[in-house]
Unconditional design. Structure first.
Length: 634
């Protein structure tokens, strides 16, 4: 392969100079005086038009062919003598010896939350082999890549022969309504031995998905496959946080003229009115008189009068021109504190159907940390769906995720979405999905054969499963499958490695005692929520036991006293309960908000020494558990 040391501009200028002198001789110098040769590469058609003012059409055609021939020699592409090419086509080949095509399967329109295949075609337009190093896809924030699609493809020196085309396929997902852009960028080594980057953009229109109302959040809309179902009422549960405020603000911002915001938060209401004065506000607070006077604002100083709140909301809806209003209700936690679950449930059971009948799509905020589990659970079945912001501690600061727990009658993605607050400088980011039910062994969890190490071991066992297999084996298998679907995605979130499954039981290893107990509590919380709405025969009730001790890895299994102790502790747990050993308790007692109850010391089968066992008191158990038996974890 011939090597060139010149830059593109130098090589192009030399080729142009040879072509002009070859056709015009010494007259080429005069041509360069009247027509700047520098514009030939930047604006080839303008250059040709200027030549036509000096020379005859026949001579201009001869010049174009000569320039094309010299460019093909210099840049290594096939000269098309009989193709009647324009100068711009020769320049295009010189500038871009690799042709990139970017073709979305759905065309240039994509519904938010939907996926489409993206075909990238690389074509070698030169007369020699071209080395492809890699190809990257660079999307704008409105586009994401559903797993397992990726944004980068390493070719490791793949040779593309002259005229040969190579296809790469990926999938993209529309995350936010608007114009989006995705670019394919290939890095190649051209005929001159130089590294060349070729880029091809593609502009897409991300449109509203039929039957869905976008929330304004790319993360939420992606998980919801386009947004909230029209005429639905969905609960957004989570503690106070910047991430939650950001989601709420985006819901109001995407269609402010069609939105009614019902709130007790005066500060947030003032902020929203300044940003979007066309939004309708219903503010119920003793400080409501701090709000400006406006036709778009309805106020009340009394949160106890629920009927007045209904009247103000009805009046606000009557002033909205949209046929599909959006309603965001923030004050449910305040109502629940004042009126308790019975009155709050009756109010929502009356209000939500009336809003659906008016063609409203409703998002309701709730802070579960302000209420008991029974109070919160009493409201769940009133909603068509439930979103939740959950929190984990990583790198010394809270890390929050968004997940969809249910969406009655509609499909949604079982992804867990990472939320990053604006205070941290990154807005809301797309996330990675929760792992599927089959979890491959991760290399960071693998230990050398025979290595002894400290680990937390968790055993789970399903209550009543043996009886179910004897009476209704087909149902038992389906319940076990549901059990696996619910539990296995939780394990990797707490760095849990499933060692083995023994029918309806799981043995799981964790890197720390806190990971193991957090995971056990999360499993029981997930199953508790599931069992509330499940039929009796489909309910999944577990006992969980956790112990910390030395283990030995052997042929993919884990052995040792720690395994034996954990397996013996598990039957001591109540149905829907978690029991832990003294070793676990010592590690986590100051790190969990859950209280502990110490059980009577006992000897366990095949364990030489007595073991102290503690019960973790879960939220739904607190009201029924004797206070005098509890152990402080402070």
């Amino acid at each position: 392969m011939q090597r060139y040391s010149e830059s593109f501009d130098e090589t192009f200028s030399s080729a142009l100079d040879r072509a002009l002198h070859g056709v015009l001789g010494r007259a080429a110098n005069v041509t360069s005086f009247y027509v700047d040769p520098g514009i030939s590469a930047k604006s080839p058609e303008v250059y040709v038009e200027l030549l036509k003012k000096i020379f005859s059409p026949e001579l201009v055609n001869a010049l174009t062919e000569a320039i094309g021939l010299e460019l093909s020699k210099s840049f290594g592409f096939q000269y098309q003598r009989d193709a009647d090419w324009k100068l711009s086509e020769y320049v295009s080949y010189a500038k871009q010896p690799l042709q990139l095509r970017l073709e979305p399967e759905s065309g240039n329109t994509l519904a938010v939350g939907s996926d489409t295949e993206l075909k990238i075609t690389l074509i070698n337009r030169t007369v020699g082999d071209m080395t492809i190093k890699k190809c990257d896809l660079q999307p704008s924030p409105e586009i994401s890549f559903p797993e397992p699609s990726g944004a980068s493809y390493e070719f490791e020196g793949f040779k593309l022969r002259p005229g040969e085309a190579h296809e790469v396929k990926s999938r993209i997902r529309g995350g936010q309504i608007g114009r989006a852009r995705v670019s394919a960028r290939a890095t190649v080594i051209d005929l001159r031995g130089k590294t060349l980057v070729v880029e091809m953009p593609c502009v897409l229109s991300i449109v509203e998905r039929e039957g869905r109302v976008p929330t304004g959040s790319p993360v939420a809309d992606g998980l919801l496959l386009g947004g909230l179902p029209k005429r639905s009422a969905v609960l957004l549960a989570g503690g106070a946080s910047d991430e939650k405020d950001n989601l709420v603000l985006r819901f109001c911002e995407i269609a402010p003229e069609a939105t009614v915001y019902v709130s007790s938060d005066v500060e947030r209401s003032i902020q929203l009115h300044k940003l979007h004065p066309e939004s309708r506000l219903v503010v119920c607070s003793p400080q409501a008189d701090l709000l400006p006077t406006s036709e778009s604002i309805q106020t009340s100083r009394n949160l106890r009068n629920i009927s007045e709140i209904d009247d103000l909301l009805t009046h606000a809806l009557e002033t909205i021109p949209s046929e599909s209003p959006r309603v965001l209700i923030q004050l449910v936690s305040d109502i629940l504190l004042l009126h308790k679950e019975v009155t709050t449930r009756h109010w929502l059971a009356d209000l939500l159907p009336r809003l659906r009948a008016r063609n409203c799509t409703v998002l309701v905020e709730l802070n579960p940390r302000m209420h008991g589990t029974q109070e919160v659970n009493a409201l769940f079945d009133l909603f068509d769906g439930r979103m939740e912001i959950v929190e984990n501690e990583e790198t010394g600061r809270p890390v929050r995720f968004l997940r969809i727990n249910s969406l009655r009658g509609y499909k949604y993605l079982t992804y867990q979405a990472l939320l990053t607050s604006q205070a941290q400088g990154a807005g809301i980011e797309a996330s990675k999905p929760v792992l599927p039910s089959s979890i491959p062994l991760q290399s960071e969890f693998q230990s050398p054969e025979g290595e002894r190490r400290l680990a937390a071991i968790m055993f789970t066992d399903m209550v009543g499963y043996t009886t179910l297999t004897q009476t209704n084996e087909p149902l038992a298998l389906k319940v076990l499958e549901k059990h696996n679907q619910l539990l296995r995605p939780i394990l990797p979130r707490y760095r849990g490695r499933e060692i083995k499954a023994m029918g309806d039981s799981l043995m799981v290893q964790f890197e720390s005692a806190l990971d193991a107990t957090d995971c056990a509590i999360e499993i029981q919380r997930t199953l508790h929520d599931y069992n509330i709405s499940a039929r009796d025969e489909w309910r999944i009730i577990l006992r969980i036991g956790v112990h910390l001790g030395d283990v030995v890895h052997s042929k993919g299994d884990v052995l040792g006293d720690a395994v034996n102790v954990a397996s013996r502790i598990q039957p001591l747990a109540d149905p829907e309960g978690v029991c832990v050993s003294q070793q676990i308790y010592d590690q986590v007692r100051n790190k969990l908000t859950n209280p502990f109850t110490k059980l009577e010391r006992r000897r366990l089968k095949n364990v030489q020494y007595p073991v102290d066992v503690y019960k973790i008191v879960l939220p739904w158990e607190r009201s029924s558990f004797p206070a005098e038996t509890s152990v402080s974890n402070r």
